[in-house]
Design a protein around this ligand. Structure first.
Ligand SMILES: Nc1ncnc2c1ncn2[C@@H]1O[C@H](COP(=O)(O)OP(=O)(O)OP(=O)(O)O)[C@@H](O)[C@H]1O
Length: 270
């Protein structure tokens, strides 16, 4: 069953056409990568998917809800990790996660168990009682990841999933996202980092000028899986970087992180 379906989505800001006829879908079991250069329309689409922004036209279904009509219901059912989001500075991770669990209608015992689980899994147990204002950016990102999964939603939408995380935690998060999606859920990853898309995603949609211009199916390790190709996916052995350049153009790479183009470090972030 489809978890996300977007048809002919359009959104402009004044004279800027940020999203211009976007079409894509995400199914259960997928880590879907939404890959595009700066200004391609990724964040605008993500905000429309989570009911934070009303599109000009087009249709969106997220877990059988319409975020333009029932944004609160959509947000109740999904998990969201916004790119520039951070937990409230005046709360500790435990207080914040208890608050999120309460808003998501979880029993207090369940929340307590899940806080322990996530704090151990992401390595912030020792910081559970520390105010967020005294945590590093990476430690705050771990808390933001935990809050998105605390109610075990069927889909989690993440903007730049590995930003600010150290390499060890990046590996843990990558493995976790893959396993989470494989367990009949889905993960939607918005990124401008080709390495991240290639390493995490089972399918990548390349976005340029507000449109999804091509798709490519990958295995979890980033290798092409010809047997899983859909009609609209690229069907060659061409590396994702080349597919990206072919469809987005060299000009777009001016804003790409240099690491994505030149470095051997697969974990590099801008
Ligand atoms: N609030 C806004 N007001 C005016 N223009 C906006 C606004 N938000 C985005 N835009 C413009 O819409 C276009 C798409 O922006 P968007 O943030 O969706 O791109 P993006 O793919 O998420 O980029 P990035 O990777 O840099 O975050 C850009 O040209 C941007 O300048």
């Amino acid at each position: 069953m489809g978890i996300i379906r977007v048809d002919r989505l359009c959104k402009s800001y004044g004279t800027v056409q940020a999203v211009d006829g976007m079409d894509f879908h995400v199914d259960r079991g997928e880590v879907f990568g939404f890959l595009g250069p700066n200004g391609a329309g990724k964040t605008t689409t993500l905000q429309a998917l989570t009911g934070q922004l009303e599109p000009d036209s087009g249709t969106i279904r997220v877990l059988d809800t319409d975020p333009t009509v029932e944004p609160l219901e959509t947000r109740r059912r999904v998990g969201i990790v916004p790119e520039r989001g951070s937990p409230p500075s005046f709360l500790t991770p435990r207080e914040y996660l208890e608050f999120v669990g309460d808003v998501r209608d979880l029993e207090a015992d369940t929340v307590a168990d899940r806080i322990d689980h996530w704090a151990d899994r992401l390595g912030f147990r020792g910081k559970l009682e520390t105010l967020h204002t005294d945590l590093s950016r990476g430690q705050q990102q771990k808390v933001m990841i935990a809050q998105a999964f605390i109610h075990e939603p069927d889909v989690v939408l993440i903007d730049e999933p590995l930003a600010n995380l150290d390499p060890l935690v990046q590996e843990q998060v990558k493995r976790f996202l893959t396993a989470y999606a494989a367990d009949d859920n889905a993960v939607f990853v918005s990124t401008h980092n080709i390495d991240v898309a290639e390493e995490i995603c089972t399918r990548v949609g390349i976005v340029a000028d507000g449109k999804l211009v091509t798709e490519r199916t990958l295995t979890a390790t980033g290798d092409e899986d010809a047997s899983a190709e859909s009609d609209s996916s690229s069907a060659t052995d061409t590396p994702l970087l080349e597919v990206f350049l072919e469809h987005v153009g060299d000009a777009a790479t001016r804003d790409m992180p240099v690491s994505a183009l030149e470095s051997d470090d697969p974990h590099a972030q801008p």
